[in-house]
Design a protein around this ligand. Structure first.
Ligand code: PMV
Length: 352
């Protein structure tokens, strides 16, 4: 299969992320589908599980899908294959990466009573290690494409559950726009849309200060969360931070939402830094951006930060302020690049 994207900025084929194809009946013996999904940025963070295998979160979370970034995944179940194959951005992946995909495919195969291995080909238009959780878009696209290829007509909630089993935050990339993921059991802990992408023209400016691969990824990080004596306090307060964030989001009130998302980020990083072993994701430029954000606000620029499990900083502002925020961020020493995204739609089939 030719590469879907010859490089990051120039897709080799045109994929319109706003386009959703009609689900049509699958011809007999046809076991192939392609889906597109966006990564998401959490405003209220998911950190720690009550069940690591099922990825049941310790607390509810809330996020925004990122329209300008996406992963396109094709799943083809083929009688000629003896084992699952995974190709990411043109490179064959084996080991733990493949095993994680096989675990998700097994859930689909069991549900569909299908006994065929799959070829999975995935391409993203954003760089790996850019501070954007690539696993969220990857497992959302895999779930939507895999279920369709297997002939399953799953509800959005069932697809969100399937995505969650691959990567917790992936469940929030299945519904559209601004999504909430509640705690619960394997059936009920799924994400749902609070508001569509057009509800509010927020921008996420991903400020890249390092492209290094982090030594402890989020799957390992969730397991360390419980070793911090601060985690119970973080979890206890998450519900009320989520309620405040949701209310401000629905009212399009960034002055109310911003301080809540910053506090939620800092509490999560305090848990990370006080665990055993401690996880220090920040670089000096991360701290410089946190302090600069406060300074910019004092100077009249309404912008707030959030940071995932890495050193890169996501600056959240309304569309009209994005050019000024980007220019200010690029002046901070250590900033390598800035990727900007609007709010995005749901994970969807683009070829079936
Ligand atoms: O879905 P995971 O296991 O990659 O965890 C994501 C964790 C954070 O990005 C730090 C927070 C979040 O809610 O997305």
């Amino acid at each position: 299969m030719p590469s879907l994207f010859s490089n990051i900025s120039q897709p080799a084929i045109h994929v319109d992320p706003d386009e959703q194809i009609e689900l049509r009946a699958r011809a007999a013996g046809e076991h192939r589908a392609t889906a597109l999904a966006h990564p998401n940025i959490a405003f209220i963070k998911y950190w720690g599980n009550t069940d690591h295998l099922q990825r049941l979160p310790a607390n509810p979370s809330l996020s925004m899908n990122l329209a300008d970034l996406y992963t396109v995944t094709t799943v083809a179940f083929e009688a000629a294959l003896t084992e699952d194959l995974l190709i990411i951005n043109g490179t064959s992946v084996t080991g733990p990466g493949l095993a994680r995909v096989t675990t998700s495919l097994d859930l689909i195969r069991t549900e569909a009573s299908l006994n065929l291995a799959a070829r999975v080909e995935s391409e993203s238009n954003f760089p790996v290690g850019s501070g954007i959780a690539s696993s969220a878009a990857a497992f959302a696209a895999l779930s939507v494409a895999g279920a369709a290829a297997a002939g399953l007509a799953l509800s959005e909630a069932a697809l969100s559950r399937l995505a969650r089993r691959g990567s917790g935050s992936a469940c929030r990339s299945v519904p559209a726009g601004y999504c909430q993921w509640l705690t619960g059991d394997d059936q009920t802990s799924v994400a749902a849309s609070l508001a569509g992408a057009d509800h509010w023209d927020l921008r996420d400016l991903v400020v890249i200060v390092s492209q290094e691969h982090k030594s402890v990824g989020s799957t390992g990080g969730h397991q360390i969360a419980d070793t911090s004596s601060l985690q119970p306090a973080r979890v206890a307060g998450a519900e009320s931070r989520l309620a405040a964030c949701r209310q401000a989001l629905l009212a399009r009130d960034l002055a109310a939402m911003g301080p809540v998302i910053e506090e939620d980020t800092i509490i999560m990083h305090a848990v990370m830094m006080s665990g055993h072993p401690p996880l220090y994701y920040w670089h000096p430029a991360t701290m410089a951006l946190i302090q600069a954000t406060q300074q910019w606000r004092q100077e009249g620029l309404p912008v707030y930060f959030t940071i995932d499990a890495g050193p890169n900083v996501h600056l959240i502002c309304e569309a009209q302020h994005a050019p000024a925020v980007e220019a200010a961020a690029r002046r901070i020493p250590g900033v390598q690049n800035v990727l900007t995204s609007r709010a995005g739609g749901p994970a969807r089939l683009i070829e079936f």
